[in-house]
Ligand binder design. Structure first.
Ligand code: DGL
Length: 285
């Protein structure tokens, strides 16, 4: 395969929460997923660095794979890079942004939480969303890279035996404590890594509803695909078996305690990705 229907990208494995839902609802889509481990975690990058990086990566992927739709499956990037990408590439871009509107409309107590990366919670884009849709609510913002690392560790075991992760459960409970203290009844999972830990969040704080944007993104891609695929005979047909390519940029080397803070590409990770449904796994240079 040298072209693809949809390109999905993130700093790492978080966007796989979107990719999985997308390929489950549109099984004939040919996809390329790009995990930018080299610049992971995005939540600790400056806005300018993210714009440069995404322009570069999207440019290279568009050249190589000619996607019909690009999904920026990352809240941290989408809340800052979409305008620049749309201005540069004549392609439909779908971004993922925190579902603050949905949570604010559903909150009975008018107390909502936003759980995202340290970068996302500071964005002016979020201030505008809150002003527009949640002005009647108390909004508690928690930014955490630790939860992103936890999700990366979890994905390495995808489809394999589940292992007891007591330390992670305690850390996760402590991180989301501000939502309990503020009695939030809706919490937005504003990072695509976090739906991968949804069961843990629900267990730690069952009194809140945990909201994410995954289903809305799938509906958006579906609608766009109906427009884009018109006139391209055969594309999107249900009869063909789709092919899925996973690309990754080389993780940065790290030593000591920092090893917890990097993504590791090894046989365990590759096996998990094959179980998830990828046909080929390639390093993107
Ligand atoms: N998964 C990403 C998001 O939705 C970014 C996580 C990170 O690299 O910090 O925000």
């Amino acid at each position: 395969m040298s072209t693809c229907d949809v390109l999905v990208m993130d700093s790492g494995s978080g966007g796989l929460s979107i990719w999985q839902a997308l390929t489950a609802t549109m099984p004939a889509l040919e996809t390329v997923y790009l995990a930018d481990f080299n610049h992971y975690p995005y939540g600790e990058q400056t806005e300018a660095a993210l714009i440069d990086r995404l322009r570069h990566l999207v440019g290279r992927c568009v050249e190589m794979w000619q996607p019909k739709i690009v999904v920026i499956a990352c809240n941290t990037a989408s809340t800052v890079v979409l305008d620049a990408l749309r201005a540069q590439f004549p392609l439909p871009f779908v971004g993922v942004v925190p579902a603050i509107k949905v949570a604010a409309a559903a909150s009975r107590q008018h107390r909502i939480g936003l759980l995202a990366t340290p970068g996302t919670i500071k964005r002016s884009y979020i201030d505008r969303l809150v002003e527009q849709f949640a002005a009647h609510c108390t909004v508690v913002r928690v930014g955490s890279s630790e939860l992103v690392h936890m999700a990366e560790r979890r994905i390495r075991n995808w489809g394999g035996e589940s292992v007891q992760q007591q330390d992670d459960a305690e850390q996760l409970t402590a991180i989301i404590e501000p939502f309990r203290e503020a009695a939030c009844d809706q919490v937005v999972l504003g990072c695509t890594h976090f739906p991968l830990l949804r069961a843990e969040f629900e267990k730690a704080l069952p009194e809140a509803a945990w909201v994410d944007s995954t289903a809305a993104i799938c509906r958006r891609v579906n609608a766009l695909w109906a427009e884009v695929a018109t006139g391209e005979a055969g594309l999107g047909g249900q009869e063909r078996r789709a092919h899925h390519v996973l690309l990754y940029t080389e993780p940065k080397p790290a030593a000591g305690a920092d090893r917890q803070r990097i993504a590791v590409v090894d046989e365990q990770w590759r096996a998990a990705m094959r179980r998830m449904g990828f046909d080929s796994i390639e390093r993107f240079k």
